[in-house]
Design a protein around this ligand. Structure first.
Ligand code: SAM
Length: 489
């Protein structure tokens, strides 16, 4: 009885967390348009003589709105292809829908602008309309979908946390609690056929299926917290880091040394039982994907719905390299050398996961690292663990290291890469909770590792960026700790 009560509460927490994340994705366009409007208003306040020096700016703002539309097009398709509209319908059936401050009026300025923009785009003669073919999406993917693991679930304590993803009967990658009330039909998913001219023309029309489109409109002008919309913008930047040609410089700084080290530690990987590798905090899963391509049986672990929705789309639903284009850098006018730099499209995925030679058994496990890998079934389960920009996400880094050591096989290898920018260090400034945050020096972190039987074999500091705009006039650089430790036998 008690269990049932608990699971109901947890189900509600999950549903609210997912609702909030989807709300943020859906609100992306309105929030970005609001920025554009603000910039336009500032321009309109210029004196005629100043306007005369900058006559190109109104055109820039129009282009910017087109870029927003293209980003929104990607987001909506990402949500739709994964059956999010069905999830949303079930959420709405479950209890009153989004508390998004919808006031019943679609004539507010944002929705009007969105429609005008769409209309303009649709009427452009050069536009090659993207047809959304709802009939054959599932047939179009002739490769295995990357499975999510199942394990004993603990329960989320934060809005962003979730427990498990499961595959539906069609192998789609969805949060288990959320799909428990919904049926996801692939026939409702839509394949996209675009052309390179389409993307190059800088304009495109799009149609997004009725239900999701109407949901999108319902959250326009909503009360989605700005911090949530910011997370969507971060995801857009993470797409560049993990899945675009432009992110290669960063990936070469962070992922390449890790991959080289893994190959050194496990020179033979072709046997019947390939070495297993766990990647906690996998983000958009490129590193896990690359490790899998090297012949490791790999599991990425991730707890953010923002990340999971996007990585699932890229892993399971992209159909060709460079199929998509987004404009990741439009959200700020600061530190651009030119408007062209700011508005430039970035194509992805540079690597098509479906034909990338991923090793069998690749999976993404959705859930909080501490909760998932504290389970006894995980003890001494992994030959290798790779953490990249992950350790400092801990409330208690000692707990992370204790678990990492426990789940590693004796003689197993832990490769870490990242700074110590403790994620909860500033929590007191935004969270009403008294969030625990253990913030240790690198020296103390290594002391804890040693305590748990992890012997340092190699260590260096590597300079790198994280989701940087390579063309920006401002660059944040990290001096990341990169080490290999081996668990004592
Ligand atoms: C800074 S990002 C790094 C992502 C990726 N490793 C990379 O290098 O691009 C940290 C990631 O860890 C995830 N994360 C944070 N705490 C987590 C936890 N307790 N369990 C699972 N994932 C977590 C975040 O959602 C985020 O995707």
């Amino acid at each position: 009885m008690e269990d049932i009560e608990i699971s109901k509460i947890d189900q509600e927490l999950e549903i609210n967390a997912l609702r909030r994340v989807i709300g943020a994705y859906l609100d992306y366009s309105a929030a970005a348009v609001e920025d554009a409007q603000r910039w336009e208003r500032s321009y309109s306040k210029l004196s005629p003589s100043h306007k005369a020096i900058l006559p190109h700016l109104p055109k820039k703002y129009l282009q910017l709105r087109r870029c927003i539309s293209k980003n929104a097009f990607f987001i909506l398709n990402m949500l739709q292809v994964q059956g999010v509209e069905q999830i949303l319908s079930s959420l709405i059936a479950y209890e009153p829908p989004f508390d998004m401050g919808y006031d019943g009026s679609w004539n507010n300025i944002n929705s009007h602008d969105f429609e005008t923009e769409q209309h303009e785009i649709e009427n452009n003669d050069e536009t090659l309309s993207r047809n959304l073919d709802s009939s054959n999406h599932s047939e179009a993917i002739d490769r295995p979908e990357y499975a999510c693991s199942h394990a004993v679930a603990n329960y989320p304590t934060e809005s962003e946390r979730m427990c498990w993803h499961e595959q539906d009967s069609n192998g789609h990658f969805l949060p288990s609690e959320a799909i428990s009330n919904s049926v996801v039909t692939p026939s409702e998913s839509q394949a996209i056929h675009g052309s390179s001219e389409d993307l190059q023309s800088g304009v495109e029309s799009f149609q997004v299926g009725g239900h999701l489109d109407s949901l999108f409109r319902r959250v326009i002008h909503s009360n989605v917290p700005l911090a949530d919309v910011d997370k969507v913008r971060c995801i857009v930047r993470n797409i560049v880091r993990d899945w675009a040609e432009e992110g290669k410089v960063e990936r070469d700084q962070c992922y390449k040394p890790i991959l080289e080290e893994l190959q050194l530690a496990f020179p033979s990987r072709n046997g019947e039982r390939p070495p297993t590798c766990l990647v906690p905090g996998a983000g958009l899963a490129r590193l896990a994907c690359e490790i899998s391509r090297l012949g490791f049986m790999t599991q990425g672990n991730e707890f953010s719905y923002y990340m999971l929705i996007c990585s699932s789309f890229i892993l399971n639903h992209t159909q060709a390299p460079m199929e998509w284009a987004i404009h990741p850098w439009i959200h700020s006018n600061c530190n651009s050398r030119s408007d062209e730099d700011q508005l430039r499209p970035v194509r992805f995925p540079d690597l098509h996961p479906g034909s990338a030679g991923i090793t069998d058994g690749f999976s993404m496990c959705a859930g909080d690292f501490v909760e998932v890998y504290s389970h006894p079934s995980q003890t001494e389960a992994w030959d290798a663990i790779v953490t990249c920009f992950f350790l400092d996400t801990a409330h208690n880094i000692a707990e992370y290291i204790e678990i990492l050591s426990r789940v590693l096989k004796p003689g197993g290898v832990w490769i870490n890469f990242g700074p110590l920018l403790y994620h909860f260090a500033d929590a007191h400034s935004y969270s009403p909770e008294d969030e625990m945050s253990i913030e240790l020096s690198l020296e103390d972190v290594k002391k804890i590792a040693l305590h748990y039987g992890l012997k340092l074999k190699k260590e260096k500091i590597v300079e790198t960026t994280y989701t940087a705009n390579m063309l920006s006039m401002m660059q944040n650089r990290y001096f990341a700790a990169f080490w290999t430790m081996v668990k004592e036998k």
